[in-house]
Design a protein around this ligand. Structure first.
Ligand SMILES: Cc1cc2nc3c(=O)[nH]c(=O)nc-3n(C[C@H](O)[C@H](O)[C@H](O)COP(=O)(O)OP(=O)(O)OC[C@H]3O[C@@H](n4cnc5c(N)ncnc54)[C@H](O)[C@@H]3O)c2cc1C
Length: 505
């Protein structure tokens, strides 16, 4: 732990998993940390809300990185806080392809998954073997904490130190997309395989197989099997943020909810603090800071910086990004008889293969487990989400009618698998990009990061460092992308960069 005579003051904008992880690690290492968040509860897209006797996960429902050596496990161990209780998801997901009643099950056991995919997608094994190898090499590389993309000599040193001979085997694939690999293996006319990959990859990378960077896809597709895996948290997703807040406060940090950061204050291209509005009192205060960590989207970051001249090229790059997706989500409290026996914890449905994987045409569904803390005995929660174009929700003439239409449509689609008859349906609520914007502050309600295309993934993505020397960006706009595990890596990188900088001053 670093001991400073005068602690370095860090202001953290946002108490999502990225901001809280960075804040807790910095507090643990002796920094004076103040976190501000505009919402009522911490956790951002990985928080929860309670209605009637149900607890709903707002966005994230499954967690990677809880196994020993996994990123959440590493961080919780460093913070000396208990690892949350969780059950591995097996299958990680049951994917129902259009017109099919039996799913493709993504099993946790690798041999079982190999068997399943060979049966489901005959002739595709060479493709999967390549993905397995790329995953193994990339995973080992990521576990050595490379800094991507590098922005100074220290970053470059971390990057080079993480390279091993097997990392070099991934290099020829740096500019490949999944679409390229499918063509290479002459699988581009296998529609079933393509649809399966589109569905799965869209969940993690925001884009479909054709455009997803192959190295990113290898990780997204490989992480569901042992010894890694996806987990269902006991209690709710809130347990992740609650534990991080516990560590932050224990180590002297502060968290102020319902405090909106309105701007980042700068002088001579250095941040001097943040301007914060207390939502309860309306009071505006300026919190001085030696450095600022912004747990916001990169689109929000440029707004917080105003017209600072030094960020013009950065702003230009952000403005040129392809438009990001939003989410439409419905949260259902149901009688447990609405859920078929042996229902997997996560399912994916796709209706019309001629329409996009969005707008309720595809639904990702998470189902609570008996006794997992989300629903009272005899009941369950179902959460279904779909990608949606955010612009439609901001430009529509009758927002309430559109929301109601989407809600009814999603229930109709879910009713084909679950029994959502009136007597089984106890509670219904929906969230749109407007809801996500309101409760997480995310620009236009975009969710899930900036998309893992070649031009924006890993070495070509947005760095944690920004054009302002004492301002860091943490969260799903940066490497390695979305998800609670991804943003935790991002937070660890920020903390290491800050340590390296301040130790040498
Ligand atoms: C529907 C949906 C399903 C998902 N499913 C999964 C899943 O199953 N597994 C998974 O791992 N991931 C999932 N994700 C993605 C995951 O939730 C996010 O990538 C991750 O939680 C993002 O964390 P973050 O810290 O980067 O940002 P956020 O969660 O967006 O947190 C940012 C925080 O900053 C605060 N804030 C923003 N602006 C300001 C401001 N100006 N002042 C003060 N506070 C501010 C917000 O209130 C928020 O608390 C899902 C996301 C969605 C939307």
């Amino acid at each position: 732990m670093t001991n400073f005579r005068v602690p370095v003051r860090v202001a953290v904008i946002g108490a999502g998993i990225g901001g809280l992880t960075a804040a807790a690690l910095l507090a643990r290492r002796g920094y004076a940390v103040s976190v501000f968040d505009l919402a009522l509860v911490p956790g951002g897209c990985a928080s929860t809300f309670k209605r009637d006797r149900f607890t709903f996960d707002v966005g994230a429902t499954q967690v990677a990185g809880l196994e020993p050596g996994g990123i959440h496990h590493r961080i919780f161990s460093e913070l000396d806080i208990a690892i949350p209780a969780a059950t591995p998801c097996d299958p990680a997901c049951a994917v129902f392809l259009p017109g099919e009643t039996k799913p493709v099950n993504i099993w946790r056991n690798l041999d079982k998954w190999r068997e399943e995919r060979q049966r489901q997608f005959p002739g595709s094994e060479p493709f999967w073997q390549l993905m397995e190898n790329l995953f193994r090499w990339s995973w080992a590389f990521q576990s050595r904490d490379p800094v991507l993309p590098p922005r100074d000599l220290w970053d470059l040193t971390q990057l080079v130190q993480a390279v091993r001979p097997d990392t070099l085997l991934t290099l020829p694939f740096t500019f490949w997309t999944v679409g390229d690999a499918l063509r290479w293996f002459q699988l581009d006319d296998d529609r079933r395989l393509r649809t399966f990959l589109d569905l799965q990859l869209k969940l993690y990378s925001q884009v479909e197989a054709e455009d997803t960077a192959l190295l990113y896809a290898a990780t997204a597709l490989g992480v569901s099997q042992e010894p890694q895996g996806l987990y269902h948290l006991h209690g709710s997703m809130q347990v992740l943020s609650d534990r991080l807040v516990e560590a932050l406060k224990r180590d002297g940090g502060s968290l102020k909810m319902r405090h909106t950061v309105e701007s980042i204050e700068t002088q001579n291209n250095r941040v001097t603090g943040v301007r914060v509005r207390n939502q309860k009192t309306g009071e505006i205060l300026t919190e001085p800071a030696d450095l600022v960590v912004a747990n916001v989207t990169v689109q929000n970051l440029i707004n917080l910086l105003g017209d600072l001249a030094s960020i013009r090229p950065y702003r230009h790059r952000v403005e040129k990004l392809p438009s990001a997706s939003g989410a439409f989500a419905i949260y259902l409290g149901v009688k447990d008889r609405a859920v078929p026996a042996n229902c997997p914890p996560h399912l994916q449905f796709f209706d019309d293969p001629h329409k996009p994987i969005a707008e309720n045409n595809s639904l990702f569904v998470s189902v609570s487990r008996p006794g997992d803390g989300r629903a009272p005995e005899g009941n369950a929660t179902l959460i279904a989400s779909s990608f949606t174009d955010t612009r439609m929700w901001w430009n529509c003439k009758d927002y309430d009618a559109l929301k109601q239409h989407y809600t009814n449509d999603a229930i109709d689609r879910l009713d084909r698998y679950f029994d959502l008859s009136t007597e089984n349906l106890l509670y219904v609520e929906a969230a749109t990009p407007r809801t996500f914007q309101r409760f997480t502050g995310r620009e236009s309600g975009i969710v899930g990061g900036i998309g893992q295309r070649i031009s924006t993934f890993g070495p070509f993505g947005f760095a944690n460092r920004t054009p302002v020397s004492n301002l860091w960006l943490v969260g799903d706009s940066t490497h390695p992308g979305e998800g609670t595990a991804g943003v935790s890596y991002s937070a660890l990188t920020v903390v290491r960069q800050i340590e390296a900088k301040w130790q040498h001053l």
